[in-house]
Design a protein around this ligand. Structure first.
Ligand code: PMM
Length: 277
């Protein structure tokens, strides 16, 4: 899943694809680099970000969704607003990626249920403006799994077919670096406890900056975290993730293909085929 943020202020690529033409070009480039799906968002969820209003979010997202769909791209819309999701689906988007997992807008689950499209349910503890204050856990994996289970149950109770749900641990959302790393270490357990396709969105996030920091403790800028992102993509794919959400697609697409080839080789060995003797 390639990311196109049509925002002036995303932490990772803020402002680069803010006009519709460059956003569309970016989406097409991501597909050419190996993305199967392009996620279009018009509201920054960077820690501390304040909300954009609905009209502005629509103004940013709709022309980009429409044009990418016209060019044959499979598009998801990254929004917590049911109204924006609905209009993006009308424009041809095929999936809703809601970082709040249906918690921000009570109209979201009914909308997705009615439209019967895939729905990404991310772990979320509240709006970005003060989410860092909520990064408090005694057992991060257990609490994230438990809270996701509630969101997933809410989605099913609201009429979304379970087979349309995708689950995402929400790296960086009300989480510190050690929380993100613990969640990545537990992808196998998360998959076992929440048997839905798993989306992992580590791309360029703060915890990677922390891991890559030099001796002075200074993290590299977001755009210098793509090799580390591809490393996470390989690990996530090896752990059975359904998709990785990334700002640069080529290295992650390759990483995913290598992980798949290794998995297939492993299955052949397990079947008593090649190498079993
Ligand atoms: N992270 C961002 C935005 N949307 N969607 C999902 N499903 N999971 C995420 O972790 C996620 C997201 C953060 O901002 P970015 O677009 O710059 O990565």
């Amino acid at each position: 899943m390639g990311v196109v943020n049509v925002t002036p202020d995303s932490f990772s690529d803020g402002g680069r694809w803010f006009d519709p033409e460059s956003a569309v070009k970016r989406g097409l480039d991501l597909v050419a680099e190996g993305a199967d799906l392009v996620d279009v968002g018009g509201e920054s969820t960077r820690p501390g970000a304040t909300r954009v209003d609905e009209a502005e979010e629509l103004r940013r997202v709709l022309p980009v969704v429409r044009e990418l769909v016209d060019r044959g791209v499979l598009v998801s819309v990254d929004t917590t607003r049911a109204s924006v999701a609905g209009r993006a689906l009308d424009a041809g988007a095929r999936m809703v990626n809601d970082v709040s997992g249906g918690r921000a807008d009570p109209a979201m689950v009914p909308l997705v249920a009615e439209r019967a499209v895939p729905f990404v349910v991310m772990h979320w503890r509240g709006q970005s403006v003060d989410m860092n204050d909520r990064a408090v856990y005694a057992d991060v994996v257990g609490e994230v799994v438990g809270e996701l289970r509630e969101s997933l149950a809410g989605a099913v109770a609201g009429g979304i077919a379970p087979e349309l749900l995708v689950v995402d641990p929400g790296l960086g959302f009300a989480k510190r670096a050690e929380h993100d790393l613990a969640l990545l270490a537990a992808l196998g357990r998360i998959r076992a406890d929440l048997p839905f396709p798993l989306l992992v969105a580590a791309s360029r996030k703060r915890f990677l900056g922390r891991v890559l920091a030099g001796p002075d403790g200074a993290p590299p800028p977001a755009r210098e975290r793509d090799a580390a992102t591809a490393a996470v993509s390989a690990l996530a794919a090896a752990a059975g993730a359904w998709a990785v959400r990334v700002h640069e697609a080529r290295a992650s697409a390759d990483a995913v293909r290598v992980a798949r080839a290794i998995d297939e080789a492993d299955r052949r060995v397990g079947d008593g085929g090649e190498g079993a003797a």
